[in-house]
Design a protein around this ligand. Structure first.
Ligand code: TXA
Ligand code: MG
Length: 349
């Protein structure tokens, strides 16, 4: 398949959005920017178009897609029995990096929702994304625009790397601001439950209702009989080609441990990368050290996390030794993605 790659600038913006919207209207698939990660979109109401997303990504059919809308007023067309708490949550956090799970209306095809009777809805804050939805005249179903299992793309080059030749259109803009996918909150139950941590934090959501909690299954390695409530969270995910190992504990001891392990693996003939931070990168004596961001501002770590994992693959490392982060605020989302990319391979010190 021929993929058109179009990069937005001030002059061509409206023209390219119109062109991409035409592709969506005709049942094609388009990679596009959002504030979290790039998405791969299709008309959510067109089963055949949605099917193409699963094929392009190699995504398991039992993993439902979320739909993106441009205005809160559209919500009631696609969902029913919306509880009052969901309305308060969307009033406060939309547009933004938050997906709300609600009972779905019959117009949402089963491929989109993977036969569930609920659907995830998100209103992105990225202006290009919202204009694309409006111009398409339909809600856009969109998972992250990566090949299934790989880290989500946070810039257009990574979309091209994964999807060139597999999709109709790639609409490129700037690097994503948030860098990890949206927070998912299930409001089809009470109290609402966070199924995936993201840019909107538990602390933020508890300002609406203190009973809101995080699905405990997603915080640690799932036991065999435990299944996360978001189907996608059960798959190995966010994984670079290299093996990822997290070292967790006191920061000074972490640095010592990583330096020891680096020597150990280099003697074994391995090519070792270290995922450090601005504050710690000078502590490692290796050319394969990449800073993922600032410890003093975990938002920067979230923003760079997936790109950093992919950059280690570009360097061809076999093993990535990672520092860990405090699990509060957006640190919960950072550690959730990092643990999954490591397949829960954690050394506690
Ligand atoms: O930030 C985001 O949410 C990005 C951008 C493109 O908007 N999208 C995204 O989609 O991350 P995806 O498909 O990569 O992740 C959606 C997650 C999956 O784990 C899926 O299983 C879960 O949401 N999900 C979707 N519908 C659900 C439902 N009805 N109930 C429970 N989980 C659901
Ligand atoms: Mg994804």
């Amino acid at each position: 398949m021929e993929t058109k790659i179009a990069i937005i600038n001030a002059e061509n913006k409206d023209m390219l959005i119109r062109e991409a919207a035409d592709v969506i209207k005709k049942g094609g698939i388009v990679a596009f920017p959002t504030e979290t990660v790039y998405g791969l979109g299709a008309d959510a109401l067109n089963a055949e178009a949605v099917e193409k997303i699963f094929i392009a990504k190699g995504r398991p059919q039992d993993n439902p897609l979320i739909i993106h809308i441009a205005d809160i007023s559209e919500l009631k067309k696609y969902t029913k029995n919306v509880p009052e708490i969901a309305e308060r949550i969307m009033d406060k956090f939309w547009p933004g990096p938050l997906t709300i799970i609600l009972e779905k209306n019959d117009c949402i095809p089963n491929v989109t929702s993977a036969n569930l009777n609920t659907v995830g809805v998100r209103m992105p804050s990225n202006e290009i994304a919202r204009k694309l939805i409006r111009k398409s005249g339909t809600p856009i179903a969109a998972p992250s625009a990566n090949i299934s299992g790989r880290p989500s793309p946070t810039d257009v080059e990574r979309c091209v790397e994964d999807l060139n030749g597999k999709v109709d259109y790639i609409l490129g803009e700037k690097k994503c601001d948030v860098g990890v996918e949206s927070t998912i909150i299930d409001c089809s139950v009470y109290p609402p439950c966070i199924l995936r941590p993201g840019g909107v934090t538990l602390e933020d959501l508890r300002e609406i209702d203190e009973k809101i909690y995080i699905d405990p299954v997603i915080l640690d390695k799932p036991k065999e009989d435990m299944k996360p409530k978001a189907p996608g969270m059960k798959y190995r995910h966010y994984a670079p080609k290299a093996k990822v190992i997290i070292i967790r504990g006191n920061l000074q001891k972490t640095i010592e441990k990583i330096n020891d392990l680096m020597v150990h693996y280099i003697i074994e003939g391995k090519n070792v990368g270290v995922m450090a931070t601005d504050e710690t990168k000078s502590e490692y004596n290796s050319e394969n050290v990449i800073s993922v961001g600032k410890r003093s501002n975990l938002g920067t770590v979230a923003q760079n996390l997936f790109e950093t994992l992919r950059a280690f693959d570009d360097k061809g490392v076999d093993i990535i030794l990672c520092e860990s982060f405090e699990e509060s605020g957006v640190g919960v989302a950072v550690m959730n993605r990092l643990k999954k990319s490591a397949g829960f391979n954690i050394i506690d010190i």
